[in-house]
Design a protein around this ligand. Structure first.
Ligand code: LLP
Length: 419
């Protein structure tokens, strides 16, 4: 459920007409709804609470905007971070260090040290050597680093190959059958408080079965580790719950997910951590864009909009589907292609789409753009970096300004010898 609805013939974010934001901020622009983010955070928290002692860390890679993070911190969410930059953002947004989990397959020594110095709540280790280095860095500081081992359960998450992470051939996690031996070697290190395991098998999961199979494997590992005398008090189940990008898609609800987790983990007696990203943010945002031209095409007209693949990369990278809708629908529809101005044939948001009929100057939205949208934007084709707006009731604030192409040029210089 979201709070983007038609009122008086026009699409609003909560109570703010999108045309007002477009007129005042310009297009393209991302617009997020506070009520939707809050609702998703609360629904997810309540759903997983069925499983006992739980904590939720928002995967901030999905939407690292400081305004969005502050809002989610106010809802009691922590952060799952994958870089020093994300760690600093989580802290800047007011998240408590102890509510921060540091994931990621390539943490640098400096990033591990930053996490230790800030006193974050958990490090998710991706390889044995990382545990050795973290233990040494912690010991130098007279600390014990709270850590879990990320295991790769070798299950097929049934999602797009580019966002699948839990198959043996993926770069993520440790082979689950080596976890016990690695625990034996890392657990005695004085700088490490090795206290459990983590997993994350992929994103946009539309079926609970692979997750449950993975959790069952982790359940067996917990027993094996405890039998070997190891302490297992924390398990991080990752993120990955899918959302509906188009009508007819019915991913499992948070409640169904929570019930499955409760069933799969009932004997574990651990604190569970979750790292949802998309399910919190995706349907809480839209990308508003203006129709620049309607260009005749061989089979269908091309609706050329002022947003492009550099602003929203998901379609070009994953062939993702984003619903397209007019901000002021006329009631008429047509079949068209929707594309941006970037000089790449992959800069196409929709092909042969039956959509609201639009003309030059009209506004349209690409829906479900609140996760992995603005954060994956680039300045390709020397385009500006797209701004972001947060709506709450009848007010809105710019939470990220448009960064002009000229400003981006300021970071570059021509070397003296070429002058
Ligand atoms: N935890 C870990 C360790 C992750 O790698 C990810 C996502 C998450 C949590 C959050 O997953 P979520 O709940 O959002 O599915 N750019 C892609 C998605 C990449 C996901 C990467 N990892 C997209 O636009 O579909």
């Amino acid at each position: 459920m979201d709070h983007f609805n038609i009122t008086g013939g026009e699409l609003h974010a909560e109570e703010v007409p999108l045309s007002r934001i477009a007129a005042e901020v310009g297009t393209p622009v991302y617009v997020y709804s506070t009520a939707t983010l809050q609702r998703h955070a609360r629904v997810f928290k309540e759903a997983v609470a069925q499983a006992g002692r739980t904590r939720v860390a928002f995967a901030i890679k999905a939407n690292p905007n400081l305004g969005v993070l502050r809002l989610l911190a106010n809802e009691g969410l922590g952060a799952d971070v994958v870089s020093g930059g994300e760690l600093k953002r989580a802290l800047a947004a007011g998240m408590k260090a102890e509510d921060i989990v540091f994931s990621g397959v390539g943490k640098t020594r400096a990033e591990l040290a930053l996490g230790l110095d800030e006193g974050i709540g958990q490090f998710n280790l991706e390889l044995e050597e990382e545990g050795v280095v973290l233990a040494a860095l912690a010991a130098e500081r007279g600390k014990r680093a709270p850590a879990v081992l990320r295991v790769n359960p070798d299950v097929d998450a049934g999602t797009h190959a580019k966002i699948s992470t839990g198959k043996a051939e993926n770069k993520f996690g440790l082979p689950i059958d080596q976890a016990r031996a690695i625990f034996d070697r890392l657990a005695p290190l004085p700088g490490l408080d090795l206290r459990g395991v983590a997993l994350h098998i992929g994103s946009q999961l539309k079926d609970l079965a692979p997750l449950e199979a993975a959790f069952d494997r982790v359940g067996l590992l917990i027993r094996e580790l405890r039998a070997a005398g190891h302490k297992v008090t924390h398990v991080d189940l990752g993120g990955g719950l899918g959302v509906s990008y188009r009508e007819g898609e019915t991913p499992p609800s948070p409640a169904e997910y929570g019930a499955m987790v409760a069933r799969a983990t009932k004997d574990w007696d651990v604190e569970l951590m979750f790292e949802p990203g998309r399910v919190i943010a995706a349907n809480a945002g839209v990308l508003v864009t203006e129709v620049l031209w309607v260009k005749p095409g061989v089979t269908h007209p091309w609706v050329i909009v002022d947003a492009a693949m550099n602003d929203l990369a998901r379609v070009a990278i994953y062939d993702a589907w984003h619903d397209v809708a007019a901000v002021r629908p006329s009631g008429e529809t047509f079949t068209a292609n929707v594309a941006g101005p970037v000089c790449e044939s992959s800069d196409v948001f929709a092909k042969a789409r039956v959509m609201d009929k639009v003309a030059q100057g009209d506004l349209i939205v690409l829906r479900s753009a609140g996760a992995y949208g603005a954060t994956m934007a680039s300045t390709y084709n020397s385009r500006a970096l797209v701004p972001e707006v947060l709506v709450s009731g009848d007010r809105y604030a710019i939470v990220a300004s448009r960064i002009a192409a000229e400003t981006i040029m300021d970071a570059e210089q021509v070397p003296d010898w070429l002058k």
